[in-house]
Design a protein around this ligand. Sequence first.
Ligand SMILES: C[S@@+](CC[C@H](N)C(=O)[O-])C[C@H]1O[C@@H](n2cnc3c(N)ncnc32)[C@H](O)[C@@H]1O
Length: 281
Amino acid sequence: MSRPRRRQHVPWNAAGRAAEGRGDGDSVVRDTGWVFNNATGSRLTLAEFVNSGEQEVGAYLEFFGFDPEENAQRGLVEIGAGIGRMTASFTRRFKSVVAADLDAAFLERCRETVARFGVPDRLSTSHVADGRTLGLPSSSADMVFSYITLQHCEQADALALTVEALRVVKPGGYVVLNYRTWIPDDALLFPAGALVRAMWRIPKLGAWLARQRWSTRLGWQANRLAPRVVLQHLASAGVTLDDPTVWVKSTRRISGLDGVPVRTFVGVDRSHWWLIARRAS
Ligand SMILES: C[S@@+](CC[C@H](N)C(=O)[O-])C[C@H]1O[C@@H](n2cnc3c(N)ncnc32)[C@H](O)[C@@H]1O
């Protein structure tokens, strides 16, 4: 078995192998669903899991101001689709959806989820084999969306995927990208996470550790990215944005945004923020 290229790929590939070995979707959700929506329990069902995605997709698209009729004409790329928690909802709302993920077994499950709860004719999948490059043509999507995924990548990969999102989206199309930034708890959480990720590399113990919920939850957030860092990276990569907006939970002082407006939506996690922007025409 080949070793994951980066240690923060370990828990995803471990959950992917577990998902591969399970028969029905409900069992997959009971065993691995917590890596997507943090819910645990022996009575969880795929239907409830997909409903949590439906609620979140509906809330974000509405609060970020995307018109349902325009969405119905749009092709969407979802970076970090997992086993399709949100993807099923996207296929009901968008003209076409490309589900992209680091783990190929998740994508297999994603197809099954969409077959049961979405519109399978509108779905295709794309394996992000190296965790940083989308195998999709430039200017091929009307919107690129990513939720609780870029925080799980090494910082350089999260920034690379951000540039990739803006390569893949058409001029005038939208990126809707979710990141995690620093919060005071990170004084403890960040070093503990780095330690756990290092331990995932220990032969045998590491493989066992990567399947433990406490260890995954400590180690899986591999970066913290402030809005300023992402915007500066895009500028240095020569990417020009139209109408960029940063969305956070509540207004707080965010430095270095060079006039980019900051808006609030109570549904945003306190450690998260979103970049919503159009690729310059
Ligand atoms: C917390 S889950 C979120 C999945 C989905 N967005 C949801 O809300 O249910 C993070 C997903 O990102 C994927 N992922 C992690 N690192 C990635 C990378 N570098 N490139 C693409 N996908 C990645 C994982 O395999 C996993 O499916």
